[in-house]
Design a protein around this ligand. Structure first.
Ligand SMILES: [Zn+2]
Length: 211
């Protein structure tokens, strides 16, 4: 399953606009490891995990990956992302990020998407939509845990053995989106601009109420 021609064009455009930038120079602040939210794609997993290892190595932090793997990866946390809506996958992942943070004392979360992603293609999502949702996911996770470090990446398999991981700049993406009428590419927009309407995710440890 190759990248669609349209997606290759989008990726080139977003590289030119410095929305997708080389990971080199973007040192991750991850002193105690990371919680990656990532698609499990078996043909890409080794390469994606290898890239995360390298990013962690460069950051000088501990190489600890407490990965949460669901088809589609980090974009699933966007409230408007159409994948697995019927299972409340966004709330499920937020709950498990909360558990992982508490169990493993990790405060760096990385939201990974990739292209071509079979799960995204099954749902008819182009690369711009995938990036839109992962940016919305970042805002939602950040709203919930404001002191945590949240970073987004996209892994691209260009075929012919060429695979790359890019850092996704939220600021650059949102500027590009505004200037290029990005709404035209996105079928499922968030109404609340990434804000987290959930007051409480079930089963997340909370301070016991006193009576
Ligand atoms: Zn995938």
């Amino acid at each position: 399953m190759p990248n669609l021609a349209e997606d290759v064009r989008f990726i080139r455009m977003l590289r030119d606009a410095h929305v997708l930038v080389d990971v080199v120079g973007h040192k991750l602040d991850a002193p105690n490891g990371v919680i990656p939210v990532v698609c499990p794609d078996c043909d890409q997993a080794a390469d994606i995990d290898g890239h995360v290892h390298r990013i962690l190595d460069e950051s000088g932090g501990k190489v600890r990956l407490h990965s949460l793997k669901q088809h589609g990866g980090g974009m699933l946390i966007s409230e408007a992302c159409p994948l697995d809506r019927e299972y409340n996958i966004d709330r499920y992942l937020l709950k498990h990020i909360g558990i992982a943070r508490n169990l493993k004392d990790i405060n760096t979360i990385i939201l990974f998407v990739h292209a071509p992603c079979g799960a995204a293609q099954l749902e008819g999502l182009n690369v711009v939509e995938v990036l839109y949702h992962v940016v919305e996911a970042k805002k939602r996770v950040k709203a919930r845990w404001p002191k945590d470090r949240i970073s987004c990446y996209i892994h691209v398999d260009y075929a012919n053995e060429k695979k790359r991981t890019y850092f996704l700049s939220r600021v650059a993406f949102e500027q590009w989106f505004r200037e290029n009428n990005g709404e035209q590419y996105v079928k499922h927009m968030n109404k609340k601009n990434g804000s987290d309407s959930d007051q409480k995710i079930e089963f997340e440890p909370t301070t016991p109420a006193t009576s």
